[in-house]
Write a protein that binds this ligand. Structure first.
Ligand SMILES: *Cc1c(COP(=O)(O)O)cnc(C)c1O
Length: 381
């Protein structure tokens, strides 16, 4: 079976990890710090705060921006559940903005209309979380302008988008967002096994993220009152978590980061090959805006004339490991219990009926890709 996604772990990665394993420090330490600095330098952000997952990073990103009970957070229905769950962890309410029918990311027109309505009823969101679905950047300039006009903060869920660019700036540079979150889960663009990172240019936010990642505990003297304490002394200032990344993972991430550009370029080359080979089939192919540079984490097509289930089954029977990204979050049983229902976000629901994710990863060979293409031609003809 050709899988839809797969990590590559090289000899260099193994060497880097093995070196840490036999060292004195294996939990969060110098490797994590080096990884944070390297990612921050690569994407042009002041700070990177590594965590044990992007889900953790989204959670503390919401907390760092003050999200709590009584607040509202908006995201896209076409995302992994973590983008929405992060707000629920904080006791906030979640709502969704339907997708753009061409780009499949958050519709700016729908966002603007919902903001205008919410400003009338006093139900504006505190935070909006646009998701760079498949690695394709959302319209961040417009979302940033709306955040100024309506006074909300922005967390970019860039779990799919490390290595991509918005205009000529790397995603994560934070021109239109307060915090950008990357994921290093094995199916994503680079991996640490499990892991994530929150990027920000704001010193205060970075400080909060670091504190919340580690129990809300500080050893910094400047935050201590009164007399001078011994070196054992620490203070818990807020209710934080243990969301730390290990140095074992940091070393893997640092080693993988060296291949980021090569990986994204390879993903683009394979996506271009799919575009050409599938262009005459009854499919909608994924849109890539030439003004930007996608991370191309996923290659998704929409079936125009065939049943998704039949095509999925027929291709899997031919050894093609397809997947579907994503079941609209608001239709999940847990979210239905919160009051959402089918019909709430029609563009997302129509998208879901037709969507199929094709195999795409840096070590996918052209021969394997040709097998995928041939199977598609057979099944759709
Ligand atoms: C994978 C993913 C996450 C969660 O990342 P983890 O590192 O697995 O916690 C969040 N949002 C999106 C869009 C994702 O694809």
């Amino acid at each position: 079976m050709i899988p839809y996604g797969k990590q590559e772990v090289t000899e260099d990665d193994v060497t880097a990890v093995a070196r840490v394993l036999v060292s004195d420090l294996i939990a969060q330490g110098p490797q994590v710090e080096a990884f944070e600095r390297a990612v921050a330098a690569r994407v042009g952000a002041r700070h990177g705060v590594a965590m044990n997952s992007a889900t953790s990073a989204l959670h503390v990103a919401c907390l760092a921006l003050g999200v709590g009970p009584g607040d509202i957070v908006w995201t896209s229905p076409i995302t992994f559940v973590a983008s929405a769950n992060a707000a629920l962890y904080c006791g906030a309410q979640v709502d969704f903005i339907d997708i753009d029918p061409k780009r499949w990311t958050m519709s700016v027109a729908a966002l603007e209309a919902k903001l205008e309505a919410a400003s009338q009823t006093g139900t504006l969101p505190k935070v909006v979380i646009p998701v760079h679905f498949m690695g394709e950047p959302c319209d961040m300039a417009s979302i940033g302008a709306l955040s100024q006009r309506y006074g909300f903060r922005v967390i970019e869920d860039a779990a799919h988008a490390i290595g991509g660019r918005y205009g000529n700036k790397p995603i994560g540079a934070g021109d239109h967002a307060d915090i950008t979150v990357f994921s290093f889960h094995p199916v994503k663009v680079i991996t640490t096994g499990e892991g994530g990172m929150a990027m920000t240019n704001d010193d205060t936010l970075a400080h909060r993220l670091r504190s919340l990642r580690s129990h809300g505990i500080t050893r910094e003297g400047s935050e201590m009152e009164g007399e001078c304490h011994g070196l054992w002394y620490y203070q818990q200032l807020s209710l934080g978590f243990n969301y730390r990344m290990t140095d074992i993972q940091g070393a893997l991430g640092l080693s993988q980061l060296a291949r980021l550009d090569e990986y994204v370029a390879r993903r683009h080359a394979l996506a271009d090959r799919y575009d050409a080979a599938l262009s005459r089939l009854p499919l909608d192919l994924p849109y890539r805006d030439p003004k930007h540079y996608s991370g191309v984490h996923l290659y998704v097509v929409r079936l125009k004339r065939h049943s998704r289930r039949e095509v999925y089954d027929a291709l899997r029977a031919r050894g093609i490991g397809l997947n579907v990204h994503y079941i609209p979050v608001h239709t999940q049983p847990y979210y239905r219990k919160l009051g959402f229902k089918a019909g709430d976000f029609p563009a997302s629901e129509a998208y879901y009926q037709e969507a199929l994710t094709l195999p795409l990863y840096p070590t996918l060979s052209e021969a394997e890709q040709d097998q995928v293409v041939a199977a598609f031609h057979k099944v759709l003809s």
